[in-house]
Design a protein around this ligand. Structure first.
Ligand SMILES: *Cc1c(COP(=O)(O)O)cnc(C)c1O
Length: 444
């Protein structure tokens, strides 16, 4: 099947009649606890376009939440999946081995920051990668405490849900939560209550204070940070924060974990978001963009830390599935060969000035931020920092109705995030930005 025509085409209302009917059927079959950003049913997708069952072509500013960086049907990923599925779909890497898993591990050891000796473990989901990073850090250090940030998102399993900051919808009703998780303030410049020119230092001082006065540094196994916070609202830590935290962790024998599940593999304009400041984490978690849409995640870290767990201590039936590994080899090759980090920088160059032009004294757009193709607008009541989730919802609804698939995020639900596939065409991106500008104009 060819990549769909790379053009926004609306032939019905959004959602169209076929999607509406299917969505009704869904309600009778599928658990209600799964939300949906836009209830259209997809027929095909690729490049920067999603085609629904009614024949509408929508511009994709979501990438299935930062997954399909190479597009949702990249021909090399498709061919790799087909070829592997014909050979075998599964053996379980803990039962008998296959080369592609070793190849993916080798590639991640090379691509992640730092030239020290590394090891990688493969899993299936992002949450599983974070869980395993904690298991490994605890095993290596013999300590139990885990430090995370406000506005953090690390997944939906018991441990990672506990590490996630936001209550509704991620935690409400699901307690009791896992023990030994401690939270420190995120260096969130737009909402910082202290000195706006000293956010990195003040946030770092608070981290040190919480760790030394409430936990004891010698009890901390890991500090886990998203180098650009994802679900929390695309919060970019100010320069200096991550290097300070990494140095503090090192000084106290704490494992510094960068959760690069959303920000990694080219999305922010460098291979990893920590590369913007030359920070070398002890452990990096990846998932989302890793396998071109197939479920695969990884924990990559210093060999002595990773190998602290004895054989049998890590694994999973589907961990490092061979079809997913074949897809990852193809996706990683595309990301490197076609220099998708450069594409992400180009997207920032094209989109950020246009978004920034929407801010101003009497604008509902209070802040524009992000790196590379991980960009966001935060909506507030004009002239204040009071969150305006209704404005974000209105803009997203307008964009969706006009054929641009957008996602909201943020602790206060007032952020619209742009996560286009890194392969999106420049005309398509410009068209999507026209629609977003028109959407913001409706707020005036
Ligand atoms: C999405 C995400 C996760 C969880 O990944 P799943 O595959 O949904 O389990 C963890 N951390 C970050 C930063 C994420 O964006």
């Amino acid at each position: 099947m060819a990549t769909p025509e790379q053009k926004r085409i609306l032939v019905t209302e959004i959602p169209g009649p076929k999607s509406v009917k299917l969505h009704e059927q869904r309600g009778a079959a599928f658990a209600a606890g799964f939300g949906v950003s836009l209830p259209i049913f997809v027929a095909e997708a690729g490049g920067g376009i999603v085609v629904d069952v009614d024949g509408n072509h929508l511009i994709d500013l979501a990438s299935g939440i930062a997954v399909t960086s190479v597009g949702a049907s990249h021909p090399e990923v498709v061919a790799a999946v087909q070829a592997q599925a014909e050979r075998f779909t599964h053996t379980c890497f803990m039962v008998t081995e296959y080369e592609s898993a070793v190849d993916v591990a080798t590639a991640l050891n090379r691509l992640t920051p730092g030239d020290h000796e590394k090891r990688t473990g493969l899993f299936s989901t992002g949450a599983e990668a974070v869980e395993n990073a904690i298991k490994i850090a605890r095993s290596y250090t013999g300590r139990s405490a885990v430090v995370v940030l406000s506005h953090a998102y690390h997944g939906r399993t018991l441990l990672t849900m506990t590490m996630t900051a936001k209550n509704v919808p991620y935690k409400e009703g699901f307690g009791p939560y896992a023990p030994e998780i401690y939270r420190v303030p995120s260096p969130y410049p737009f909402r910082w209550v202290g000195d706006p020119d000293n956010v990195a230092q003040e946030a770092f001082d608070q981290l040190v204070d919480v760790i030394t006065s409430q936990i004891g540094a010698h009890n901390v196994a890991a500090i886990v940070v998203e180098p650009v916070q994802g679900e929390g609202g695309f919060v970019v830590p100010p320069d200096g924060y991550l290097p300070k935290v990494a140095a503090f962790a090192k000084e106290h024998g704490i494992v510094f974990v960068a959760d690069e599940i959303q920000s990694g593999l080219g999305r922010t304009g460098t291979m990893f978001a920590v590369d913007h400041e030359g920070v070398v984490p002890d452990i990096v978690t990846t998932a989302k963009a890793l396998a071109g849409g197939m479920p695969l995640s990884a924990v990559t870290g210093r060999a002595e830390i990773m190998d602290a767990v004895a054989p049998g201590g890590l694994g999973g039936t589907y961990a490092g599935n061979p079809v997913a590994c074949a897809a990852a080899k193809a996706a990683l090759e595309v990301i490197e060969r076609d220099d998708l980090p450069a594409k992400a920088r180009r997207i920032e160059q094209l989109a950020k000035p246009r978004l920034e032009a929407l801010t101003g004294e009497d604008s509902w757009v209070g802040d524009v931020r992000g790196r590379g193709a991980m960009l966001a607008m935060e909506f507030v009541r004009p002239g204040t920092t009071e969150p305006a989730p209704e404005a974000a919802k209105k803009v997203a609804a307008y964009a969706n109705a006009h054929g641009v698939l957008t996602l909201t995020c943020g602790t206060y639900g007032n952020v619209i995030r742009l996560l286009p596939p890194l392969v999106i065409g420049e005309d398509l991106l410009a068209d999507a930005l026209d629609v977003l500008e028109a959407a913001v104009a409706t707020l005036a």
